[in-house]
Design a protein around this ligand. Structure first.
Ligand code: ADP
Ligand code: MG
Length: 335
């Protein structure tokens, strides 16, 4: 075996990119989450060729200081946590400080940003880390082009533009559904595909899941101690052949969790045939200390400290709501 040696920084980032940047949709997720963390009120997504050729995300958030711009592209550089205590109670979508570094190692990346109070904007790219003056209103524009241009082995795994666009659209909907107070827009090849004005949860749910869903869904609201579950669940008549219309969030983060999926399957077990799937938009809010989101870089997996209690709570809330004869079922504390 050759002698042990340290890997070069760019290769380290490219290895990490394998976990964080699976396809254009994962880039989109990271960039939209950064815009959320920056306190944006309006987020615009523009894609070319399914996001492979270009992803452009612009927001009106707090922006990045000139002195921080180059750092934002470095691995393990973040403004969101500083200590282990912060990590255990993390309230932002990001905290690992690796998304921009990973993205910049596998795509041409340009960040233009004007921080609140700054006289003008500054720009850095993956090659030119010294900030250059630029023009922009307060906020940030991140442009990512030619994904995997320098890692052809990865590029081969990308699917057709329309498939990649479909995945981007999924990510866009997932993020937008959980943030009704923020305006969103997504376009592909210059054509606006979805424009969502700031509004409330009911309106946003209707926009994302559709009128048919709303006509056959029950609103749900349940509280038990520090746990709160709210949203909409479909009645059996709205059963689907796939799981595409299943949205579950923990503290605003879209998750795909076995325990939660099991609780929902159980709640529908007696009223839905095995091959049919319910639709739902459910938001679980809880003490951040009771859930570990630092399980996987993509953060769609979580680990609950009190898994059984959460399972019971979700199961009961959904069961009660579906069985209740009134439309707006408010569930008394359970568990
Ligand atoms: P993380 O989100 O985990 O901190 P990222 O690599 O995604 O790591 O981003 C690095 C840093 O760049 C963030 O901590 C934040 O300070 C800054 N940043 C990135 N995107 C934006 C944005 N759209 N608006 C403001 N700041 C941003
Ligand atoms: Mg981030």
């Amino acid at each position: 075996m050759p002698a042990i040696h340290k890997l070069p920084e760019v290769l380290i980032n490219q290895i990490a990119a394998g976990e964080v940047v699976e396809r254009p949709a994962s880039v989109l997720k990271e960039l939209m989450e950064n815009s959320l963390d920056a306190g944006s009120q309006s987020i615009e997504v523009q894609l070319m060729q399914g996001g492979v050729k270009q992803l452009r995300i612009s927001d009106d958030g707090c922006g990045i200081d000139k002195d921080d711009l180059a750092l934002a592209l470095e691995r393990h550089a973040t403004s969101k946590i500083a200590t282990l205590e912060d990590l255990e109670a993390v309230g932002t979508m990001g905290f690992r400080g690796e998304a921009l570094a990973a993205i910049a190692s596998v795509a041409r990346t340009r960040i233009t940003s004007r921080a609140t109070g700054a006289e003008h904007a500054w720009r850095v790219t993956e090659r030119e880390r010294e900030p250059a003056p630029a023009a922009l209103n307060t906020g940030t524009v991140v442009e990512v082009e030619d994904l995997y241009y320098n890692t052809p082995a990865r590029r081969k795994f990308l699917k057709s533009d329309s498939t990649e666009y479909g995945h981007c659209d999924d990510v866009f909907r997932r993020v937008a559904l959980a943030r009704p107070s923020i305006g969103f827009q997504i376009s592909h090849h210059g054509r606006v595909n979805m424009r969502l004005a700031a509004g409330d949860t009911e309106r946003r749910t209707r926009e994302i899941l559709g009128d048919d869903f709303m006509a056959q869904a029950r609103p749900l609201l349940a509280e038990a101690g520090p746990l709160r579950l709210s949203g909409y669940v479909s009645l059996p008549a709205y059963a689907r052949s796939n799981r595409d219309a299943q949205y579950f969030y923990v503290n605003g983060r879209f998750v795909r969790d076995k325990l939660i999926q099991h609780a929902l399957r159980e709640a529908y077990a007696d009223i839905l045939h095995g091959s049919r799937h319910p639709a739902f938009a459910l938001f679980l809010d809880m003490d951040p200390a009771g859930v570990d989101v630092n399980v996987h870089p993509a953060k769609t997996e979580v680990r609950f400290r009190e898994g059984r209690a959460i399972h019971q709570f979700v199961f009961h809330a959904v069961t009660h709501t579906l069985a209740s004869p009134v439309q707006a079922a408010v569930i008394a504390p359970v568990g």
